[in-house]
Design a protein around this ligand. Structure first.
Ligand code: SF4
Length: 456
């Protein structure tokens, strides 16, 4: 008998990774040190471009759902030693990286990067350009909080070369905004979008969250209607991850106000229907884009990739990430910086680096990462092509994974053919569960496993 979507959701709502990295961050270890990181930076990588990330951890106030590494403060003076530390960290890094390598992508995240005042926005971007060579056509993006944003901030970003913006909208319903301590009117968001378009930013992304307290299908449908009128180029609709054991401030959320699994499913269906009707393509997991967007084209061309910033078209770039808690990534290494402001600043002052932990991937890690990425990005996996690329007999190497996928095939989430796996339209809601079948680390004994958020 065919399961209903709600039955599937209940069955497959298990704790599991989001696969913005593989192996996942809990497997990064403190044995990975500065010498390892220096070695990774100096390794020749003539065909790989650079993707720079700067983490600005400051926020004016605390949103109760926040899952980011951030510091809520009204004391702007804290930004000054932080910017000086970023400068030093970039100088130490740039000295080790082949100077002919070009930056193809640059992103500021947080916290709230636009916590920085316009002068400091210009200063930080000038700093990054001093240390690295940024391609004239680089994709340069910044996350922005509409609440504290002025036109002067946007002018500073545009004049510094930014061409993409991402605004946190989350939910427009007043009761939900009250419950999560993030009040922002539709007029405010309309204003920042109008300014952005007038200043010539070429792409605007809006972030929404499903699963927030007091959310109903009716209220969120109004948010979706409003959002489609704003007509962003991309939308990211994240599922709220309630992990109060990791993010203590999430205890400020009344769990009784969180939508139940039936409502979460209905919310997800409302998102898919509303954004689909408005002409957006679901890239997978939580990302939507207009049909002519390069993310959609990359998916069609099978060049889409997943990293710590979500879906990206820049598969062949090493990510050099600066700032507290930021995660860098080369072809076979992950490295995470110290998470607290204090430790980050102390470590960089001492050596120029703030390596807290990291991981060098084995060849098996790389093969499994590629398989997980292919199903989550291409929504299909061709056994012969994949086997040829990695020099493996796919069905032998992944015999466990194929066995684990069989029940998912019976539930209609994937089609397993003689030489190929295809994710079905229903399976798109369960990409994390499909990826988990290829994850060898999840086969380790219970009790040694990290704790993840739920997949659905
Ligand atoms: S603005 Fe963003 S980073 Fe800051 S508290 Fe809110 S959700 Fe977290």
């Amino acid at each position: 008998m065919t399961s209903t979507p709600l039955e599937l959701l209940r069955k497959y709502s298990v704790a599991g990774p989001r696969y913005t990295s593989y192996p996942t961050a809990p497997y990064f270890h403190p044995g990975f040190n500065e010498a390892d990181w220096a070695e990774a930076l100096t390794a020749p990588a003539p065909d790989r471009g650079l993707s720079l990330y700067a983490h600005i951890p400051f926020c004016d106030s605390l949103c109760h759902y926040c899952g980011c590494n951030m510091v809520a403060t009204q004391d702007y003076s804290k930004t000054q030693p932080y910017l000086a530390t970023l400068d030093r960290e970039m100088a130490r890094t740039a000295a080790l990286v082949d100077s002919t390598r070009v930056v193809r992508q640059l992103h500021w995240g947080g916290g709230t990067p636009t916590y920085l005042n316009p002068d400091d926005i210009r200063r930080l971007m000038a700093m990054m350009r001093r240390h690295f060579s940024v391609a004239p056509d680089a994709e340069i993006s910044c996350e922005a909080d509409p609440r504290e944003l002025t036109r002067a901030h946007l002018v500073a970003l545009r004049e510094s070369g930014f061409n993409r913006l991402s605004f946190g909208v989350q939910d427009m319903d007043p009761a939900v905004q009250q419950a999560v301590n993030r009040i922002q009117s539709g007029a405010l968001i309309q204003q920042v979008i109008d300014w952005s378009r007038e200043l010539g930013f070429s792409s605007i992304n809006l972030d929404l969250i499903v699963g927030l307290p007091k959310q109903t299908v009716e209220s969120f449908s109004r948010t979706l209607d409003q959002v489609t009128v704003w007509a962003p180029d991309r939308l990211a609709v994240f599922a709220y991850a309630h992990v109060p054991w990791m993010k203590k401030h999430q205890k400020l959320i009344n769990e009784a106000d969180l939508p139940d699994s039936a409502t979460r499913l209905a919310l997800q269906q409302a998102v898919n229907e509303s954004l689909g009707a408005a002409g957006y393509v679901n890239i997978g997991l939580d990302h939507f884009a207009r049909p002519d967007d390069e993310l959609v084209r990359a998916q069609q061309n099978k060049t889409l990739w997943r990293n710590f910033q979500g879906y990206t078209t820049h598969k062949d770039c090493d990510i050099l990430a600066f700032g507290a808690s930021s995660i860098s990534q080369t072809a076979d290494v992950y490295m995470q910086n110290e998470k607290t402001l204090k430790r980050y600043q102390e470590r960089v002052a001492a050596t120029g680096f703030a390596v807290e932990r990291g991981l060098k991937l084995t060849r098996d890690d790389q093969i499994q990462r590629d398989a997980i990425t292919r199903v989550m990005c291409d929504l299909e996996l061709d056994f012969a092509a994949f086997g040829h690329e990695w020099g493996i007999a796919f069905t032998d190497y992944f015999s466990d994974a194929l066995a684990e996928l069989r029940p998912l095939a019976e539930d209609g989430l994937v089609d397993i053919g003689a030489g190929k796996i295809d994710v079905t339209p229903t399976g798109r809601l369960f990409l994390r569960n499909i990826g988990m079948c290829f994850d060898r680390y999840l086969k380790e004994p219970a009790g040694t496993q990290p704790r993840y958020s739920r997949t659905a």
